[in-house]
Design a protein. Structure first.
Length: 693
């Protein structure tokens, strides 16, 4: 028996991007562990990824190409050969492209975060074809845009310093479920005497373990940040030297913050005046004592109408108190902007030439699939190629998404590991490799290490990597440019821009051997300014925002749907709803892994005792959650973890694995955020009633 250990990297949409060690015995992967030598992974994996062998060898793995034989949505298929599959796809796409290639839409996101198996050969293929572009905005673009206007790019506090903070604000996230290796640092900070404060409408697993939980109303984070600014300025808890040297627009910020008294802030956020004032004082006074104060912001904050502005407002706080002076101070939303990923080399937008295809926003795929041809929209969508995503489960306003994918005149190709909700609507299904079966290069959005993934085992069945599938499709379509023949290793060798000082040491062969390599970054990135904004300063006033038609100064943008902002709708649907990640799922990945799904049990709805009593709902009852867009059912958990007026549906369940064949996205909307054209998953009103057992 031969046993080897292969260096790999977790591919999933999580800040931690863990370094993995895969044990292989006689060609079979037997164990996936965290690399104990990797400074952020430190040998620890989440429950989900520690089951990766179970997922890879799952009896339901798709291992052969399939052709639909039943109605769309039935999930009935026959096995076909790769040649048959490729020939049919090439024929159908060629026919459509001859009329208008924009009638073809790629749909993908972060089923893998890999730079090779994500958007490399696939982008080359669609750029050469001239297909519609996809606005990949379903997760983080609102916050990234607001942060960029303020800080200049997605750069922030290094994960490896958080344990040295003396005050940690965990804002809009539940790191126990979705950022485990930050949580271990936060726990260490706590052991060293730091205070942890969670800011979240829901008392999550993380909030329960913090010293304090501030349960504000959904969509009011921007107002809370403005209220904190008001107190910091009024009580002169400021670093005037840092403001003078390294910020722009303090006078305009001061004027705006003056409007946000603690009383107005508390009323808007649904919290107490003392919570506003004391939080500002703790933050400002700790910074004044020279203690590192840090904010870990997560994406829950930005999935509302004013989500981009909310992130912008919070991102202003460290510069006001000089928190950036410390390696353990400042704020982290994402570290992805630290990485000089060489996307032009990987994706080759030059293949478009002079063509400027329309863009389709992935958040609004439901409306897009149901739209007829028009001068504004362009041609009707005739084909969708789905990879690294499960839109029937994860896209908002799901009834429309399902209706669109059910069109008999829509040609749908899906690359997948399992028969997801979206696969059930495919015409052709292509079996894709998992992370253990292919090569990839990775950046991270929670730490600063370039990562390599080596293939640990041969592909199971007839599975092929995404890059290989698009290479084969390109050949079938007659795309004979040499760039369509580059191997996965050749693509990975182009992953990072070696001319950039942060990655000047990048070498693919050595990265593969080591598994990980840290960027060249200063410990405290903005200790002496140097922000990558147009002014080189933290911009409280942004002329770029003004030019883009946005308020250039931090502001509050009310939710589309809330009791305060839409009282007429609230009379009909009086409860806010959010659907944050379930601990054992990652978006819709891992839902079909039996050991993980058994832990989650079934779809649940957390509802406050007062809201439950008013509706005659007892703990354990089935509840029906509904609005004008749709409805779903879930098992009620009567708990004060959900503040009054809020219900919480931990997500995202595959529809086919829910008792009623529906999930939380039945009731979410296709409204977009204030900036970045992102989703508003946590900006909605519903009613809840007791359902039949």
């Amino acid at each position: 028996m031969t046993t080897t250990v292969v260096r790999a990297a977790c591919p999933h949409d999580c800040p931690d991007t863990c370094a993995l060690l895969v044990t292989v015995k006689d060609g079979v992967a037997t164990e996936v562990k965290g690399d104990p030598d990797h400074p952020t992974t430190a040998g620890v994996l989440c429950t989900k990824v520690s089951r990766y062998v179970e997922r890879t060898y799952h009896p339901d793995r798709l291992l052969h190409p399939l052709r639909r034989v039943g109605k769309k949505g039935e999930g009935k298929f026959e096995r076909i050969s790769w040649d048959e599959a490729l020939d049919e796809i090439a024929r159908r796409l060629s026919e459509i492209a001859a009329r208008d290639p924009q009638a073809i839409v790629p749909y993908s996101y972060c089923g893998t975060m890999g730079l090779v198996q994500g958007e490399a050969m696939s982008s080359r293929f669609f750029n050469k074809l001239g297909a519609s572009l996809l606005e990949r905005t379903i997760c983080a673009t609102a916050g990234a845009t607001g942060y960029k206007y303020t800080i200049g790019g997605s750069i922030g506090t290094d994960l490896e310093h958080f344990q040295d903070a003396k005050l940690l604000l965990i804002w809009g996230g539940n790191p126990i479920a979705s950022n485990l290796h930050f949580w271990t640092r936060a726990q260490e900070a706590k052991r060293r005497g730091a205070k942890l404060i969670a800011i979240d409408p829901y008392r999550s697993l993380t909030a329960e373990k913090c010293h304090q939980h501030i349960a504000l109303l959904p969509g009011t984070d921007a107002a809370l940040a403005l209220g904190l600014m008001h107190v910091l300025i009024a009580e002169d808890l400021l670093d005037h030297d840092y403001i003078e040297r390294y910020t722009l627009g303090f006078e305009a910020l001061n004027e705006r913050a003056a409007e946000w008294t603690p009383e107005r802030t508390a009323a808007t956020c649904g919290i107490t005046v003392d919570e506003v004032v004391n939080l500002a004082r703790e933050y400002g006074q700790a910074a004044r004592r020279g203690e590192p104060v840090a904010i870990r912001m997560n994406y829950g904050i930005q999935r509302v109408h004013g989500g981009g502005m909310a992130v912008r407002n919070v991102a202003c706080l460290p510069a006001l108190v000089g928190a950036w002076r410390h390696a353990a101070g400042g704020v982290q939303l994402s570290t992805s902007g630290s990485f000089p990923a060489n996307k032009p080399a990987l994706q080759r937008p030059d293949l478009l030439g002079e063509r400027k295809p329309r863009s389709v926003n992935m958040v609004q795929i439901g409306d897009a699939l149901l739209a007829e041809a028009s001068p504004d929209f362009g041609p009707k969508i005739e084909a969708v190629v789905v990879y690294n995503s499960n839109p029937v489960a994860v896209a908002p306003e799901s009834p429309k998404v399902q209706q669109g994918f059910a069109r008999e005149d829509l040609f749908t190709v899906v690359l997948e590991h399992f028969a997801t909700d979206t696969v059930d609507y495919a015409d052709i299904v292509l079996p894709a490799t998992t992370q253990l079966e292919h090569v990839d290069a990775h950046l991270a959005y929670g730490h600063l290490y370039m990562m390599a993934n080596n293939a640990a085992i041969a592909p199971l069945g007839e599975a092929k990597s995404n890059a290989e599938i698009f290479r084969l499709l390109a050949a079938r379509m007659g795309f004979d440019d040499p760039l369509f023949r580059e191997t996965d290793d050749e693509l990975a060798a182009q992953a990072f821009d070696k001319s950039h000082p942060r990655a000047i040491h990048f070498d693919w062969e050595s990265l593969k051997r080591r598994g990980w390599q840290k960027l060249n970054m200063p410990e405290a990135p903005f200790a002496e300014g140097g922000f990558p904004t147009p002014s080189g300063k933290c911009e409280f006033y942004s002329s770029t925002m003004a030019a883009d038609g946005l308020d250039p100064v931090p502001a509050f943008i009310a939710p589309y749907e809330s009791v305060a902002s839409n009282p007429a709708l609230a009379a009909k649907y009086p409860l806010s709803m959010i659907s944050p990640p379930a601990r054992n799922f990652l978006n819709s990945t891992f839902v079909n892994v039996q050991s993980l799904r058994a832990t989650e049990g079934e779809p649940h709805l957390d509802i406050h005792p007062n809201d439950a009593a008013a509706r005659g709902i007892a703990h354990g009852d089935m509840a029906r959650i509904f609005n004008d867009r749709g409805s779903f059912v879930a098992r009620a958990r009567v708990t004060d973890k959900a503040r009054e007026g809020l219900v919480v549906a931990l997500s995202v369940w595959w529809k086919k694995l829910a008792s009623d064949g529906r999930n939380a996205n039945e009731v979410t909307s296709q409204h977009l955020t204030d900036m970045g054209r992102g989703p508003t998953f946590y900006d909605l009103l519903v009613q809840v009633e007791k359902a039949a057992p």
